[in-house]
Ligand binder design. Structure first.
Ligand SMILES: Nc1ncnc2c1ncn2[C@@H]1O[C@H](COP(=O)(O)OP(=O)(O)OP(=O)(O)O)[C@@H](O)[C@H]1O
Ligand SMILES: [Mg+2]
Length: 358
């Protein structure tokens, strides 16, 4: 999948703008406040129904207007997408004129966004890392959604029993939660392992640069959310009284995380901001490589403000990485760092001066 065209109406600072995107690399540049983040936010909204900047979608409607609309279509399937938000109404998502859910959107128009709040994968909350992994599973494995909902439904039921202060009827929930949890965990672990393989391939392509030596020191581990030397059912059963005291389920796949260590220290305590950002980009690219190679799914990578935190060396590594990727990439930066000579070395490169799009 690659977004081909994007039309914005009354979206933040854009009154009426149409952009022809490249299925390869798209670079947006412009001064502060020109609309770079807004454009990337619009693309992310088209692939998730959510903004990465504002929890309230109302804020995305251009000041003084009553609604915004986004239209796009994708190159491979020819799907036409329309996203509309009116004041005081929930978001409306249409694919080929048929109302659809954000879950379908995530599956049909997959993307990952790296922006200033989440540029550090290591520093983000476990919840964020889990979501990025789960999103790839949503996209690639049809049964994952059902499994995910079943697990979280059981968790909710178990937690409400714990909150009520009685665990008399907890056993059926312990059994069900463990069945669904073990399945969920297997899927996550498989995808995680495949991502590690792709990460190492990507690291090998850029390894010659001494500024990426830190990558060799990072140990990446998948933590399932409980000690796997015991089955989940034993954990649930043994934890009943502890959980009752805490009024919540303390262990299980809802606590899963990806841990980054250097030696035995959490990597975020050691890595610089630029190193963390490069690492996050590599990790997301590795997940996209798994989607592409194993599932024939091309997800779009969105990176806002690429140059922040990266010095010239690290930025050059990013450029090198760009040349090894096949998916659509959409990224922004304040200054234009691409001379026509650099541009011509990339596949399907398109550059947009954002001030001129408004
Ligand atoms: N709902 C809205 N209605 C009108 N204008 C808006 C709305 N939301 C944001 N803006 C304005 O849109 C402009 C573009 O914001 P955006 O964050 O996209 O800029 P940017 O190019 O990413 O800037 P920076 O380089 O500082 O990150 C800003 O001037 C902002 O105040
Ligand atoms: Mg911005």
């Amino acid at each position: 999948m690659a977004f081909k065209e994007l039309t914005l109406n009354n979206f933040r600072c854009f009154k009426s703008t149409k952009i022809e995107l490249s299925p390869g690399i798209n670079f947006f540049y412009g001064k502060n406040g020109s609309g770079k983040t807004s454009l990337l936010e619009a693309i992310h909204l088209c692939s998730s129904g959510k903004s990465f900047k504002s929890s309230n979608l109302h804020a995305l409607i251009a000041q003084g207007e009553d609604s915004f609309s986004l239209k796009s279509y994708d190159v491979d399937k020819g799907y036409i997408l329309s996203v509309t938000k009116e004041k005081n109404k929930s978001i409306s998502i249409l694919v080929n004129n048929t109302k659809t859910t954000s879950s379908r959107l995530i599956r049909e128009f997959p993307s990952t966004a790296i922006h200033n709040n989440t540029f550090s994968f290591a520093d983000a909350s476990p919840d964020f890392r889990r979501k990025i992994l789960d999103r790839s599973l949503f996209v690639s494995d049809k049964s994952f959604l059902e499994n995910w909902f079943a697990y979280y439904r059981c968790l909710k039921q178990r937690n409400s029993l714990l909150k009520s202060g009685s665990i008399l009827n907890i056993e059926p929930w312990d059994i069900k939660i463990s069945e669904e949890g073990e399945k969920l965990d297997l899927k996550r672990e498989d995808f995680f392992k495949a991502t590690l393989v792709e990460l190492n391939i990507l690291i090998n392509t850029i390894k010659h640069s001494s500024s990426v030596n830190f990558l060799n020191d990072i140990i990446i581990d998948f933590f399932p959310g409980w000690d796997k030397s015991s089955e989940l059912i034993s954990i649930m059963t043994n934890n009943r009284f502890k959980d009752l005291k805490r009024r919540s389920t303390t262990e299980g796949p809802h606590k899963a995380d990806i841990k980054f260590l250097i030696g035995d220290v959490d990597a975020r305590q050691i890595l610089s901001r630029g190193e963390q950002k490069l690492f996050s980009i590599l990790w997301c690219c590795a997940q996209h490589e798994v989607l592409r190679k194993q599932h024939n799914i091309n997800a779009t990578l969105i990176i806002d403000d690429i140059k922040s935190e990266l010095d010239t060396n690290t930025f050059d590594i990013f450029l090198e990485l760009l040349n090894t990727l096949n998916n659509q990439i959409i990224f922004s930066c304040i200054d234009d760092h691409f001379s026509s000579k650099i541009e011509s070395s990339f596949r399907e490169f398109k550059k947009f001066h954002v001030e001129q799009l408004r």
